[in-house]
Design a protein around this ligand. Structure first.
Ligand code: PBG
Length: 345
């Protein structure tokens, strides 16, 4: 043996002679359930969750076929539904309207006696401020085209005329008593236009939770079935963010922040944890993640096929979304997950 190897062996021996091997014992703190609970640094509670609710103008409760366990409810049942959600410790609902008729202007979205506006008034009337009332601000359920903005020249989605309709929608929801409006149309300038309209009409205290980085995702398919809002021509790629450019996702968030957004939302959630984490690092605002319909459907189908433990996987997914940096999680799992969570208080 040459001189060098002998020296290395000598030095290693000297350095570790006083330590039992292995030197690092991370397993010490995993020994019992109590120790594991004490070491936990991320917990999801019902109070982190927002439950989406579909209100169907055409009447009774109907199951959404592509989302097992989720139903559309009749306008008359909204208060009962929200009471149940509140009883589980959940602190917010996100309302989506499924109107009986559509037109080219999406006028049902901003009607003062529209589906969502009436629901907001009903919830407020019965439950006061016991639960945060949030409402989707978009046109796609209300337009014949199924697009999130207004169509010009037959095929283009016109940005600026859409902004007016979105701002009117937000103001009509504010008049009904909404706490948080949640624009999801991905028109440029939607946060600025909505903020200006709300402030002008005296609703400076209504907050905006924008779908800041809403990606053009195939995970939305079950929602389009639930809300009957699939585009009738083309797709949403000219306005939603491509998932192939993280830089663009962050620019979208930055633009909303400049326009005065109160809560930033990233959507979908599970395949976009990097965008959530990066937004958390860069922006000092509350961050919401929307765990969308396709994410829900994947888990439900695998669980009903006996391939995974649905409840355990749901908890793991929600924890991962929170660990990535989300403060708020909008999720179709809200009710069933809240029912088995500790309330963290
Ligand atoms: C439409 C809207 C969509 C979702 C929320 N708002 C669908 C879409 O953009 O096509 C998707 C939500 C989900 O999949 O759960 N403005």
């Amino acid at each position: 043996m040459g001189r060098l190897p002998i020296r290395i062996i000598f030095e290693l021996g000297g350095r570790f002679a006083h330590m039992p091997f292995p030197a690092t014992r991370l397993r010490r703190l995993r020994k019992t359930p109590s120790l594991r609970d004490l070491m936990c640094d991320v917990r999801v509670c019902p109070a982190d969750l927002v439950c989406p609710v579909f209100i169907d103008e055409s009447g009774g409760k109907t199951n959404v076929e592509s989302m097992p366990g989720i139903s559309r409810i009749a306008p008359g049942d909204i208060v009962g539904e929200v009471k149940e959600i509140l009883g589980l410790g959940i602190r917010g609902v996100m309302l989506f309207g499924v109107p009986a008729s559509k037109d080219d202007e999406g006028s049902g979205a901003f009607a003062d006696d529209g589906l969502v506006q009436n629901a907001i008034r009903d919830i407020r009337g019965s439950l006061g401020d016991k639960i945060a009332v949030m409402a989707d601000v978009c046109l796609c359920q209300y337009t014949k085209s199924g697009h999130c903005g207004l169509v010009k020249d037959g095929t283009t989605i016109d940005n600026d005329s859409s902004l007016e309709a979105l701002a009117r929608t937000a103001v009509s929801q504010a008049r009904a008593g909404v706490d948080v409006v949640s624009p999801s149309a991905m028109m440029d300038g939607q946060v600025g236009a909505i903020r200006a309209a709300l402030d002008r009409d005296g609703f400076g205290d209504v907050a905006i939770m924008s779908h800041s980085a809403k990606h053009a995702s195939s995970f939305y398919a079950p929602f389009r079935d639930a809300a009957a809002c699939a585009p009738q021509f083309g797709d949403r790629k000219s306005y939603q963010v491509p998932y192939t450019s993280a830089r663009t996702s962050i620019q979208e968030v930055a633009t909303d922040v400049e326009e005065g957004v109160d809560i930033v939302m990233i959507k979908p959630a599970l395949a976009y944890l990097d965008i959530i984490a990066e937004s958390r690092r860069r922006f000092d605002l509350p961050i919401a993640a929307y765990s969308v319909s396709g994410e829900y459907a994947l888990v439900k189908n695998a669980a009903s096929g006996g391939m995974i433990d649905g409840q355990a996987v749901t908890h793991e997914i929600l924890t991962a979304i929170k660990r990535a940096g989300a403060d708020i999680i909008v999720t179709y799992f809200a009710k069933e997950a809240a029912a088995v969570m500790c309330d963290c208080r």
